[in-house]
Design a binder for this molecule. Structure first.
Ligand SMILES: [Zn+2]
Length: 450
């Protein structure tokens, strides 16, 4: 666990006296529910802390009430700059039943409760505590540390990371490596403690399928027309999974897990990496298998349907939008070809939205991050992680920056991360917060790979 505890005040000459717990409580009290976000007050509060510690801080905003914060902790000039980034907006608490007020920031039962405790004001509090302590102690990292705290992550990042990457690329000059969400939290698999560090994510690739048939008066049935073809199209998409592709990240992630778990369960997990047995094993793995399914193939899931203009007219056309997700290293043409192979000539397919990820995963910094986690928890196993969803990392990837999801939290075995994040009674153990502060403080001493 190391010697820095979240509950202890910072030491050092600069006089930063707020601990990570108190800082997180203060952050939670700003209601930054997005939409609408309202991140200004929270960002001004953070700006005050950073400027008080002597850091240079700038606001860069698409709209004045929703600034993104950029700060720089000067380094010794011995290494290129690195980026730490996070978001200060949170998801809604609407239609959720909380047992504590979600924006009170209550400290209870050894945990800080409230919206954003995990996603990701907890992570922001860890980063800020590590940086403010370093600044207070006069510590300089090998290279500059750039901190970016953005708005608008939870609804897509248009005014946050996307805005910064599109309009202020110069702020990130020279940066090749970053840490952000999502990763570094304890995950129990097969009785073993793992620390997945996100290094890759799937690429968003929306498709539109247009189904056509003869129009006519609806008083005269026309079997096999637009609606019938639409039904067959949807059934085929539902019934047939796209082919398995084992990417290098998936191979390393699942291979390491299988070797660590060992025995028969480890042997079983390893068979997931053989396309001939993938689907059989995924079924045997139950809920865990459903989580792994999208990491081993492209997906295309129908989400929007449009067709017909009038009650008594058989439509000549109907469209389905599919939320498509492509594995890293592949392109939209790969997804189109695979969906066509499943649906034949039932529909015309086109790409309507593609947000490319990085061309390849750069794992050069992984050993450093994994080493820090092993120091702090020698019996846990860090593994690289691919995320089925998308994060702000995709915008920074356009600037050539490789993100590592690294907000370390050692969580007790009964702490169900997936059921707490974005849910009612979101909370974070104080010990997990301390673990993260210590891990990030150690990371400050390392420069990026050269
Ligand atoms: Zn988040």
């Amino acid at each position: 666990m190391g010697n820095v505890r979240a509950g202890s005040p910072a030491t050092g000459c600069g006089g930063f006296s707020m601990d990570a717990v108190e800082l997180l409580q203060r952050l939670i009290r700003f209601d930054t529910t997005n939409p609408p976000g309202n991140e200004l007050g929270c960002q001004q509060f953070i700006r005050g802390l950073l400027e008080g510690a002597g850091l240079t801080v700038g606001f860069h905003a698409a709209t004045p009430d929703r600034p993104n914060l950029l700060a720089r902790l000067p380094g010794r000039g011995e290494a290129p700059p690195v980026l730490w980034y996070g978001h200060v907006d949170v998801v809604t608490t609407a239609q959720q039943t909380w047992t504590v007020p979600p924006f009170e920031g209550r400290l209870q039962d050894g945990m800080v409760w409230g919206r954003g405790a995990l996603d990701m004001k907890g992570g922001v509090a860890m980063m800020l505590t590590a940086i403010l302590r370093a600044a207070a102690a006069g510590f300089r990292p090998p290279g500059d540390l750039v901190l970016a705290l953005v708005c608008d992550e939870e609804t897509g990042g248009e005014k946050g990371a996307q805005f910064l990457a599109d309009t202020h690329p110069g702020l990130f000059a020279g940066i090749r490596y970053a840490v952000g969400e999502f990763g570094g939290c304890t995950t129990m698999v097969g009785g073993q403690r793992f620390y997945p560090i996100q290094v890759a994510e799937k690429q968003m690739c929306g498709l539109r399928a247009t189904v056509r048939g003869p129009a006519g008066h609806a008083s005269i049935p026309a079997p096999g027309g637009t609606m019938a073809r639409l039904g067959r199209f949807l059934q085929r998409i539902d019934a047939r999974a796209l082919p398995v592709h084992v990417t290098p990240v998936a191979r390393r992630m699942l291979g390491t897990m299988a070797a660590t778990i060992g025995g028969l369960p480890g042997l079983l997990l390893r068979q997931v990496l053989r396309p001939a047995t993938t689907d059989l094993v995924l079924r045997l793995l139950g809920a865990r298998g459903r989580d792994l399914f999208p990491l081993l193939r492209h997906t295309a899931v129908p989400t929007l349907l449009q067709g017909g203009l009038k009650y008594n007219v058989i439509p000549s056309e109907a469209t389905v939008v599919l939320d498509g997700r492509i594995l890293p290293g592949f392109a939209p043409a790969d997804l189109l070809a695979e969906v066509r192979a499943v649906t034949g000539d039932l529909a015309d397919l086109e790409v309507i939205r593609f947000q490319p990820g990085p061309p390849a995963t750069d794992l050069a910094w992984f050993p450093t991050l994994a080493g820090i986690l092993r120091e702090l928890d020698p019996t846990g196993t860090p593994v690289p992680l691919m995320l089925s969803g998308a994060t702000d990392a995709r915008f920074l990837a356009r600037l050539g920056i490789q993100t590592y999801g690294f907000l370390p939290m050692r969580l007790p075995p009964d702490f169900a991360f997936a059921r707490v994040i974005h849910a009612a009674d979101e909370r974070i153990p104080v010990e997990a917060l301390a673990f993260g502060v210590e891990a990030l403080s150690r990371l400050l001493r390392h420069g990026p790979p050269r």
